[in-house]
Design a protein around this ligand. Structure first.
Ligand SMILES: Nc1nc2c(ncn2[C@@H]2O[C@H](COP(=O)(O)OP(=O)(O)OP(=O)(O)O)[C@@H](O)[C@H]2O)c(=O)[nH]1
Ligand SMILES: [Mg+2]
Length: 230
């Protein structure tokens, strides 16, 4: 069987990580490693105390973390998992199962039928609507396969081969969006599974809406300019 690696992505998650890491199903993968953005709150020592190999980034950024994680993974099948409370670890085996079926990328969707988004408890859902607009634009321009409902969620699996072909260069938050767009451009096989998004456990969000939104717009325009030259 193809080897499987879980890559934990952390930046100052000392409140959440100790509560969340225990929820990862045993035997979900052959290897678990962590990529850390340079935490100063004891997260790195905590992860090491759990026997995990921790790769500390030279430069912060979630995009850098995705590439480093794929590079350092021994497995060909890689699932990225952020232990801050948002992602339901019970879905990890389902993500690996889809990669084993032959998909190049599999996304845990918060938007498809059967899924739940953290804003779904409210009537007013600005973040969800903005996300869905970016997703609609990407599908209209580049997708030739089934509609992808959540191009932005980081909870996803990918093959190392696909990661290499996508040749991403985004350093920060729109990395997931760039991966989705490039997978569409390449005509890679994408699958989604419904997931239940939970609330962050303590700590602080690093994705403020306004600056992150502007980076998404820039990324979208960059991807139009780049076309298929990557
Ligand atoms: N390795 C690495 N992880 C990061 C970096 N920046 C953020 N993360 C992690 O990426 C995950 C997502 O970041 P969040 O700040 O929670 O963003 P979000 O999920 O959109 O926001 P919330 O809804 O508040 O949770 C968390 O597990 C962070 O610890 C980074 O530079 N490097
Ligand atoms: Mg989060």
């Amino acid at each position: 069987m193809t080897k499987r690696t879980i890559v934990l992505l952390t930046f100052n998650e000392i409140e959440a990580a100790p509560k969340v890491i225990g929820t990862i199903p045993k035997d979900a993968a052959d290897e678990i490693i962590a990529v850390d953005g340079g935490s100063k709150d004891g997260t790195i020592d905590f992860l090491k105390s759990k026997g995990l190999r921790v790769v500390v980034q030279q430069e912060r950024g979630r995009g850098i973390a995705f590439r480093l994680g794929a590079q350092e993974a021994k497995g060909e099948h890689v699932v990225f998992y952020s232990p801050d409370g948002n992602e339901d670890a019970k879905d990890i085996p389902r993500l690996f199962a889809a990669l084993a079926e032959g998909y190049d990328m599999v996304i845990a969707s918060r938007m498809m039928k059967g899924a739940f988004n953290e804003e779904d408890v409210h009537w007013w859902r600005p973040r969800k609507w903005v996300n869905q607009s970016f997703t609609l634009a990407a599908n209209m321009l580049w997708n030739r396969g089934d509609y992808v409902t959540d191009t932005i969620n980081g909870f996803r699996g990918v093959t190392k081969a696909a990661m290499t072909r996508m040749a991403t260069d985004e350093k920060g938050f729109p990395i997931e969006y760039q991966m989705s767009i490039r997978a569409m451009k390449l005509g890679l096989k994408i699958k989604e599974i419904p997931t239940h998004e939970g609330q962050r456990v303590g700590g602080a969000s690093t994705a403020e809406s306004w600056p992150t939104g502007k980076r998404f717009v820039r990324k979208f325009l960059d991807e139009i300019a780049v076309g298929s030259s990557f």
